[in-house]
Design a protein around this ligand. Structure first.
Ligand code: MGD
Ligand code: MGD
Ligand code: MO
Length: 748
């Protein structure tokens, strides 16, 4: 069977007289319509068709007009000469620590053509590069959780009970931020079967009860929903903990068996140490949830069985540690940690694999080699890195010096989609001497480059796809040839490596097919039950069976059953409710209790609406923006934002009108639509609009509707320095101009 594997899952390739089509994979119970959209990109006007160089850069402008300039075509040979010469100049003049190759982003589900792996291997052979740590997805929790439960649980969802266990035990699920099924369409590395919807249906059919607390009623896949003001989840959780303590529902001896810091935590919750009891009345005013509801939910949690689910969006915010920390406190005090199918879960439905009872595929990644440069940044500190070379920031309990970057090289990501405060990034981005980008389409990042290399789309090359938390290994087959002049990243980097004298080390003389066979054999070495390469190629996929229920590790169950025999790897072997680092004065925002509303610090509270920027249903971030599903979702060519009808009326607008969302950081053109599912005081603008700043009647407006024109770029805290998209405040105004026509074409 010929298959195409993408982050949206797997598709069967049907070749007919009208060209190829992509049909849902027969083994996928809940296929996503999104992946077929790649076909529409093949000859889309946004396609990068040849290497292009920025005029000002060729003339030596040092970056002054970057992002606001025209491009000229250059031959592939010339472009490779230019890239090789520039890399060589920078490393000789400033050392490899002046090259930023962090290159974050969701390029390619295929493991071989994974652009960052390709680029990192290339840059490592060239002497190394400054890298980026953590993710935009989960960067705050990843730094926080090792302090609370130990480093083995830093990855998203590693301590979650699995879905089969949850369905079997039917806990009351209290879900903060909900479970958006549209998000579970996606998996980094792809999947053969989307199972999340099936698990949730089975849970509901078995009589399971779910309560979603979220500003957006659409986040609840089943069960009841209660609106909560964004950024106040920790307040609700602490109020529930207050109820447990004041109603003597906490088994202190049992808590102390599994956790340290109980006495201090109790003092903080009761307000003995700061004078503010975190009572339901206190939380009701902040969250908008009646005190009686908070009390009722707290009792239900302690009656059990119960599971607290946290969406990843909660921690993608200023002080995003707080809800994760408070949820752990609540799960411990309510006695639910480590009960079968109970306790705490991070991101059920955030991506397809979370909660599936499966093996973690230990496959060989494409070998990136070793990076001789030690310097790194937490991934979301990029603008700060460019603005303040040589200065220090605090990160995870230690100072970190920001490197002095002269050359940025990006492959497989779109910082002008994903980073916060894009107008600030655009200014900082002019500082390096050179920016090289490899892209298939003219994203805002490509438009902010000096040298752009065209990349083949995932549909235009053979690959092997597999996600680390999945059971499927997929043979992705080339659906069509790339346009003439467009090559894979591997081919382009091989050409440049040749000019720098390390081509043999880069490609090892292997053909693409030989590389794929090598990767596959690596999986077979780990899982001898997999078929041989020829049989795998003929079938198109291989699937490992789900493990037997008793073989799925439920890590916190073993710990709860016998904490002394199965200790965590925290200093005490137990859960640390208040580790020293979180109490330290200089980690004010990491100190969860001192500022439960720190997410509003530094924001203009006079602005009436809180901006939510969830993942887009019709795209993967900014990808497939030119495909029919995303195009159809726009109104008058604009991104659609949703708000409560009362807020739209207060702004003097009607549903369906063009409007501006704005704050001190910028202004975004949208069409505003009324939605009663949304709590008043919030506005939803999903991510992924293509940042297109333009000056209209003297005002600089992002016509592309990217919420990151408005979001904050402070970092979540000095502890984790994670992405801080959540919690920005904005105003809603009429847009009185004429909506300019979209000009997706090349370059400008
Ligand atoms: N406000 C706000 N901002 C957010 C978030 C939020 O919730 N709110 N979420 C954040 C999160 S969780 C994430 S993960 C990021 C996502 O941010 P990104 O991962 O940067 O977003 P993508 O649009 O997926 O960008 C991937 C780019 O890689 C290109 N690409 C794909 N395959 C290849 C390939 O094989 N070769 C090359 N050269 N290029 C390729 C695509 O064309 C695309 O432009 O956004 C973050 N930003
Ligand atoms: N279709 C599609 N699916 C995707 C992606 C995509 O681009 N497209 N991206 C994928 C990626 S990279 C990631 S990391 C995951 C992200 O997974 P998540 O982080 O879980 O998803 P989001 O859509 O950002 O947010 C989920 C919901 O959280 C709610 N929310 C936001 N802030 C708050 C708050 O303060 N309190 C409460 N209670 N709720 C809040 C919002 O209403 C939002 O709908 O999604 C993945 N899935
Ligand atoms: Mo993400």
């Amino acid at each position: 069977m010929e298959l195409f594997a993408s982050h949206f899952g797997t598709y069967e390739i049907a070749r007919g007289p009208d060209g190829p089509a992509l049909a849902p994979f027969r083994h996928d119970p809940d296929p996503s319509p999104l992946g077929a959209g790649f076909l529409a990109l093949a000859d889309h006007p946004t396609r990068v068709m040849q290497p292009m160089a920025r005029k000002g850069w060729l003339a030596g402008d040092g970056g002054a007009r970057r992002g606001d300039d025209t491009f000229v075509p250059v031959t592939m040979d010339r472009a490779c000469d230019l890239a090789a010469a520039e890399l060589d100049r920078v490393r000789k003049a400033h050392g490899n620590r002046a090259i930023f190759g962090g290159s974050y982003g969701w390029g390619s589900a295929g493991r071989f053509h994974h652009p960052q792996s390709q680029l990192k291997r290339f840059l490592n052979l060239a002497g190394g590069f400054v890298s980026a740590r953590n993710t935009y997805s989960y960067g705050t929790a990843k730094v926080l959780l090792p302090h609370l439960v130990g480093p083995e649980f830093s990855d998203p969802g590693t301590f979650n009970p699995s879905w089969d266990r949850i369905v079997e035990n039917r806990p009351f699920i209290l879900s903060f931020g909900g479970m958006r099924l549209a998000n579970a369409q996606v998996e980094a590395g792809g999947t053969g079967a989307h199972r999340t919807r099936g698990w949730i249906d089975r849970f509901a059919e078995a009589g399971g009860e779910m309560l979603t607390l979220s500003p957006d009623g659409r986040d609840a896949p089943t069960g009841r929903h209660l609106p909560i003001a964004a950024g106040t989840d920790a307040c609700a959780m602490l109020a529930m903990a207050y109820v447990l303590l004041s109603e003597n529902r906490v088994d202190e001896a049992a808590v102390k068996r599994i956790a340290t810091g109980f006495d201090e935590t109790r003092a903080l919750i009761l307000g003995l140490s700061d004078g503010q009891p975190k009572s339901p009345d206190w939380a009701a005013a902040l969250t908008g949830i009646p005190a009686s509801e908070l009390t009722r939910i707290a009792r239900k949690l302690s009656d059990g069985p119960a599971l607290i689910n946290l969406s990843w969006s909660l921690q993608r915010a200023v002080a995003g540690e707080q809800p994760y920390w408070a949820a752990l406190v609540l799960a411990v005090l309510s006695g639910q940690i480590g009960r079968p199918g109970c306790g705490i879960a991070c991101g059920l439905s955030a991506v397809s694999s979370v909660g599936n009872p499966l093996r973690r595929l230990r496959g060989p990644a494409f070998d990136q080699g070793r990076n001789p440069v030690a310097e790194y940044i937490p991934v979301a500190r990029i603008a700060e890195m460019l603005e303040r070379p040589g200065e220090t920031i605090a990160y995870n309990g230690a100072p970190l010096t920001l490197p002095d970057i002269r050359l940025i090289w990006w492959a497989g990501g779109n910082p002008f989609h994903h980073h916060q405060d894009l107008n600030r990034l655009a200014r900082a981005w002019r500082r390096p001497e050179t920016v090289i980008v490899q892209e298939s389409v003219w994203t805002a990042t490509a438009r902010h480059a000096d040298l752009v290399f065209p990349s083949a789309l995932p549909t235009e090359r053979d690959d092997i796809a597999a996600a680390s938390r999945d059971n499927w290994i997929l043979r992705s087959t080339k659906v069509m040839e790339p346009p003439s002049g467009v090559e894979t990243d591997y081919a382009v980097l091989s050409r440049i490596a040749d000019r720098l004298g390390f081509a043999d080390a880069f490609h090892e003389g292997l053909t693409e097919t030989e590389w794929l066979a090598r990767l596959y054999e690596g999986y077979r070495a780990a899982y001898p039950e997999l078929p041989g390469w020829p049989e795998f190629c003929a079938t198109g996929y291989a699937r490992l069976a789900d493990p037997e229920p008793q073989d799925v590790t439920q890590p916190l169950e073993a710990f709860r059953a016998d904490p002394a025999a199965n200790p965590l790897s925290t200093p005490s072997g137990r859960i640390a409710l208040l580790p020293d680092l979180l109490r330290a004065e200089d980690h004010r925002l990491g100190a969860p209790l001192s500022h439960v509303r720190a997410s509003d610090a530094e924001e203009d509270t006079a602005l009436p609406l809180r901006l939510l920027s969830p993942q887009p249903e019709t795209r993967l971030h900014s990808q497939l923006d030119g495909a029919p599903l995303a195009t159809k979702a726009r109104r008058h060519g604009c991104e659609v934002a949703r708000a409560h009808p009362d807020d739209i009326a207060k702004a003097g607008l009607t549903s369906g009108a063009p409007a501006l969302l704005g704050n001190a950081r910028g202004s975004v053109l949208v069409v505003i639509e009324a939605d009663t599912a949304l709590a008043p005081g919030h506005v939803v603008l999903p991510t992924g609009g293509w940042y297109r700043p333009a000056t209209i009647d003297g005002e600089r407006i992002d016509l592309g509707g990217n919420p990151n024109t408005l979001t904050r770029d402070t970092g979540s805290s000095e502890l984790s320095q994670g992405a801080s998209a959540g919690g920005a405040r904005v105003r809603l105004n009429a847009f009185r101009g004429t909506i300019p026509a979209r000009n997706p074409g090349t370059g400008r």
